[in-house]
Write a protein that binds this ligand. Sequence first.
Ligand code: NAI
Length: 245
Amino acid sequence: MDRLAGRVAFVTGAARGIGLAIAKAFLAEGAVVGLADRNREVVERAAAPLGSSAVPIVLDITRSGEVKAAMEGFVERAGRLDILVNNAGITDDAPIQFMTERQWDAVLAVNLYGSFYVTRAALRYLLKSPAGRVISLASIVGEYGEPEQANYAASKGALLAFTRSLAKEIASRNVTVNAISPGLITTPLTDMIPRPVREAIAAVTPLGRPGGAEEVAALATFLASDEAGFITGQVIRVNGGLLMG
Ligand code: NAI
C-alpha cells in the first residue's frame, strides 16, 4: 500500500463523492493530498478524519486568480506536486430550447474552464515531477450524449479533446494526461436523480448496478502510479459495460 509514497496530489471537488474517494485512496497509498473544494466547513470536515497528510484547501475553481494562489500556497507547503485530479464538476439540466445562458455558462465554467485554470496553475510544478500525472473526470455523457444535458455533455466532450491535446503537448516532459469516463456512480450528485431513472440505467448496464466511488478511485490510483507510466492521452471507462467499443 505504498504505490504513491513520496508523491503529492491535488484533487478538486474532494469534499465528497468520487473526489473524496480518490483522495482517500491516494492517502492509503502514501501520498500527501490537497483536498480542494468550495465550501470551507465541508472540506475541513471531510479532511479532518484523514490525518495530517490530508490538506483541506478552500477554492472555487471558476476563479482563476483564486486557483493560482491556492495552488502556489499548497505547493509551497507540500514542497512539490506530482498528481493533479480534475474532478470537480456540476450538472444543471434542461431541454436545450429552455436552457438559459446562465445554466450553460455555469456548467462550462466549472467542468471545462475550471479544469483549464487548475491545470494551468499546476503545470509548472508537474513538469518538475519525475512522473507527473493529470487525470480528469469526464463522463459517459461526454462520449455518448444524453437528452437535456447538452451543456454537461459539451463540457465533458471538450475535456476529452483537452486531455488528448495536453497529453501530446507535455509527453516529452514525462507527464501523462488521461481521462476517466464513468457511467452511473452512486454519489451525492447522482442521488439527485429520481430512483426510477437510476434503476432504469442500472437495468441496461450489463453489470446490473451503479458503480461505487471507490471503483473509480481504484482506476485513478492506478493511473497515478508508476505502473501506468506508458498510458497517456487515453479515455478509460469505468461504466459496468454500459458503453463499449
Ligand atoms: P459530487 O457532486 O458528489 O461532488 C462534486 C464536488 O465538486 C462537490 O464537493 C462540489 O462542492 C465540488 N465542486 C463543484 N463546483 C466546484 C467549484 N467551482 N470549485 C470547487 N469545487 C467544486 O459529484 P461526483 O458524482 O462525485 O462527481 C465527480 C466528478 O465525476 C464530476 O466531474 C462528475 O461530472 C464526474 N462524473 C460523475 C458521475 C457519477 O455518476 N457520479 C458519472 C460521470 C462523471
